[in-house]
Structures are given as C-alpha cells and as structure tokens.
Design a protein around this ligand. Sequence first.
Ligand SMILES: NC(=O)c1ccc[n+]([C@@H]2O[C@H](COP(=O)([O-])OP(=O)(O)OC[C@H]3O[C@@H](n4cnc5c(N)ncnc54)[C@H](O)[C@@H]3O)[C@@H](O)[C@H]2O)c1
Length: 277
Amino acid sequence: MTVPALDADAVRALAPPTLFSLEGKVAIVTGAAGGLGRWLAAGLGAAGASVLATDLDAQGLDELDAALTGAGVRCATVVVDLGDEDAPERIVASAVERLGGVHVLVNNAAVNKRMPILEMDRDSWDWITRIDLRLPYFLSQAAARRMIDQGGGGAIVSISSLNVLLALEQISVYGPAKAGLSQLTKVMALEWAEHGIRANAIAPGFMDTPLAAPIWDDDDMRRWIFNRVPVERPGLPRELVGACLLLASAAGSFLTGQTLHVDGGASAGGRWFHPDR
Ligand SMILES: NC(=O)c1ccc[n+]([C@@H]2O[C@H](COP(=O)([O-])OP(=O)(O)OC[C@H]3O[C@@H](n4cnc5c(N)ncnc54)[C@H](O)[C@@H]3O)[C@@H](O)[C@H]2O)c1
C-alpha cells in the first residue's frame, strides 16, 4: 500500500463534510424514538445517510420522521418489538426494501431494571439480556450478512455504557449485558474485518435524557455524580453524535473493535470527595 501524494485534492478530502460524509449510505438505528437514539438518527441523517428508524414507540417515530424529513433527510420508520424472534430479519428487510441496503447499524435500544441481585427474577433477567445483548448479536449478524452480499463493507456502532468499567449496585444484569456487548464488538471486528466491516461501541457516561430525569432531580444522586464526573455536568444526547459519525464514516476507517468512552472523564478515575460539589 502506497501513501498517496499530499496534493490539493488530498487536502480537500480531509475537510469534515467529506471525511465524515455518509452520503449514499443507509443507516439503521434501533431505539430511534428514545432520548439518545433520536439524536443519533438525526446526526447520521445530517451527515447524508438515509435512516431506517425502528422502535416500539410509533408516536416517537412519527415525531422523529417529521423532524428528519423537515430537514431534508431521507427517513423510513418501522415499528418492531425487538423481543420478537424475527425482529432482526424484519428490520434488515425494511432497510433493503425501503431504502435500498444497509451500510451502518447502530445498536442503540436497551432496557434496564434496577434491583438487588437477591431479588432478581428470571423473567427480568431474560428480558434485559434479550434486548441488550441477544438482539444486538443477531441484528448485527443479519446486517453483516446483507453488508457482505452487497460488498463494500459497513460499520456497526453499538451503544454500550460506562457500566462496562464501573459496576453500580442494583444494575447486575444491564451492566454484564453491556460488558458482553463490548466484548461482542471485539469478536465482530475480528471476524468481519476481511469483509470491510468495522465494529465499535460507544460507552456513554451519565447523560441528560428523559429516562435519567429522576437521577438529575435527586440532589444526593446529582452531587454523587458531580463528584465522579470531572466536567461536573451530565452529557447531552447530541454530544454522542460526533463519536457516532467518527465510528460510522470513513473518518474512522482504521478504528475497529474499540469501545470509546464518551463520559465527561468519568472513566478516567476518581477525584477526592468534595462536599460542595
Ligand atoms: N441515558 C443514559 O444516561 C445512558 C447512559 C449510558 C448508556 N446508555 C445507553 O444508550 C442507549 C439509549 O438509551 P436512552 O437513554 O436513549 O434510553 P431510552 O429508554 O430513552 O430509549 C430506548 C428506546 O428503546 C426502545 N425500546 C425498548 N425496548 C424495546 C423493544 N423491545 N423493542 C423496540 N424498541 C424498544 C424504547 O421504546 C426507547 O425508545 C441504550 O443502549 C442505553 O443503555 C444510556
């Protein structure tokens, strides 16, 4: 492989609109009606991708569709319960039929239930691991099969969690499932590199989403988090978009098998306790 000359065309190709472009690509986003998913879908669309947005929440998908379409993004929505056995095949088929293919998959949807291990029941364990690990496994498999048939490679971006490094009490199923998702990311990277498919994960820290509102409304919880997070504020959903575009586009062409922590420094370590924070 020879390094190309650094001529005027090579310089222009480094401009962000070119380097991060997803023009002509089709991106699937699961949980696209959710607090983070809608911003990830919007970011992919703003970079030029056609977006297949899927969720259980039909009204949320309609709102997303209106916002994206209004911004000139080509968007299709499909209501699917990710717990259904045929969900992976239905989602990939929708992307192919309605938008023409699959180039990017964002495994974003997840569920959680806080409960001490001693009280955990098997139905909850099965539900969390089914949505948070089993579904991304088989949806990635279905998407990769399509990407291989198409040729030209692809990118899989899975939304993991700070929980893969930092265990939190009462999160004994979601955390291990996310750790599994980050580990799965490495294996997908190894097995599919020969097909030009890259697999990476984003591990968000404490984010400001509707789901997390009760945490931010609780003074004690907020103070605990601010003592743990160097930037001393929650992350905003749009602050994950840059990382997602990096991993989904040619800008990240040498990145695979990684979990990128986007957490305001939370995984960097711990500062000394400060009672005024
Ligand atoms: N919010 C945070 O602070 C935070 C932190 C770290 C990681 N994450 C991760 O980010 C991702 C998005 O989280 P969020 O905060 O936007 O959550 P959210 O609950 O707002 O969104 C999740 C979406 O998934 C959908 N969904 C759930 N079960 C489904 C099913 N069976 N079938 C189809 N759709 C289903 C929901 O309808 C919802 O729209 C998740 O993977 C989560 O683990 C979030």
